[in-house]
Design a protein around this ligand. Structure first.
Ligand code: PHE
Length: 341
């Protein structure tokens, strides 16, 4: 028996085939039910008890040898396609593709736009590189008005038209008013630039959503109601608002709007500096000079405008303490918004 095994071992070790058919013939010869190894296995019964262990072990080794030999011969004839497929383990669980997450500012911007669209506003966009007229001139800033400095503008070219990076998206409102007669009801999302030192609370660029509604008989009460609706949808149905008188060259009267602090519920805490209120936006009735500058008859039409920073709204909603987080692309920060829309 052991001799037979050794002879077969040598035979199998040196076996060759010239094609896949030859390999299959070898398989049948050694490994099929009536193959040489199976026949030896069948004879195993007649092996004397004291040899059984040794013979059994040798037989198993022989079978492994034949199986591996045939597999390796088969592989040498396999087509490239087959080889490629063999490199993939089709039974493995798929790894997740990590499709990334939406940026928190996009999440909040989309939410803001959804709310305003629900109130009948359409979206208007315009260029980030602007001229003086669209950012300042048309919006009732006199030529040497200090407000131009107040907004710390980045100028690209001083002449002939003063090309600059827009400091607010009110410039988009001008562009729409120039081309369209009322009724106009738009929200203008976009990036704006101001020459400020970068810190936790200020950045040289940020994002805004500004709104404009012009029609016959538009009143301050309409403005208040729209802003109340926005605040409640954005921050919850219990949210209260308050309007404080303010100043903008392009609105008269002008106001700033606060919402009740949702951390302390208006009682006063560190976040709202004990006042119970946090400021979120500027607004007012469009100054007649602005309407006239854009070719709209201020005796027939009136309107309101409002503008807010998306970063500010995001800070309030998600309690982000440092503005720089929004532009540093720290993956750990961005992942925190995975579950948000
Ligand atoms: N344009 C103002 C700003 O950037 C915001 C604003 C818009 C205020 C409309 C009043 C009306 O600060």
């Amino acid at each position: 028996m052991l001799e037979k095994i050794n002879a077969l071992k040598e035979e199998i070790t040196s076996a060759t085939a010239s094609d896949l058919k030859g390999v299959e013939e070898l398989r049948i010869k050694y490994l099929s039910k009536k193959g040489a190894i199976s026949l030896l296995m069948a004879d195993f019964r007649s092996v004397p008890a004291e040899q059984k262990r040794e013979v059994g072990q040798k037989l198993n080794e022989l079978k492994t040898l034949a199986t591996e030999k045939i597999a390796s011969l088969k592989e040498s004839f396999a087509s490239d396609g087959d080889k490629e497929m063999e490199e993939f383990d089709l039974t493995r669980t798929a790894t997740s593709l990590n499709p990334g997450t939406r940026h928190p500012l996009s999440i909040v911007k989309n939410e803001m736009l959804r709310i305003f669209e629900g109130m009948g506003f359409t979206i208007a966009e315009g260029p980030e590189i602007e001229d003086d007229w669209h950012v300042f001139g048309s919006l009732n800033f006199p030529p040497d008005h200090p407000a131009r400095d107040m907004q710390d503008t980045f100028f690209i070219a001083r002449n002939p038209a003063d090309i600059l990076l827009r400091t607010h998206t009110s410039s988009v409102q001008t562009r729409v008013m120039e081309k369209t007669q009322p009724p106009i009801r738009i929200v203008c999302p976009g990036r704006v630039y101001r020459n400020e030192a970068i810190s936790a609370r200020a950045h040289c660029f940020f994002h805004q959503v500004e709104g404009l509604y012009i029609d016959k008989n538009v009143s301050f009460a309409d403005l208040r109601q729209v802003l109340l609706g926005f605040a409640r949808q954005m921050f919850g149905p219990e949210t209260k608002i308050r309007l404080r008188p303010s100043y903008f060259p392009f609105t008269e009267p002008s106001a700033e709007m606060d919402i009740s602090c949702d951390i302390c519920g208006g009682k006063g805490c560190a976040f709202c500096k004990g006042t119970g209120w946090v400021e979120i936006l500027g607004c007012g009735m469009v100054d007649p000079n602005v309407l006239e500058a854009c070719g709209i008859d201020s005796k027939v039409y009136s309107g309101y405008a409002f503008g807010m920073g998306i970063e500010r709204i995001t800070n309030l909603k998600y309690k982000v303490k440092d503005l720089r987080m929004f532009s540093e692309n720290d993956i750990r920060f961005l992942r925190e918004f995975e579950s948000a829309r």
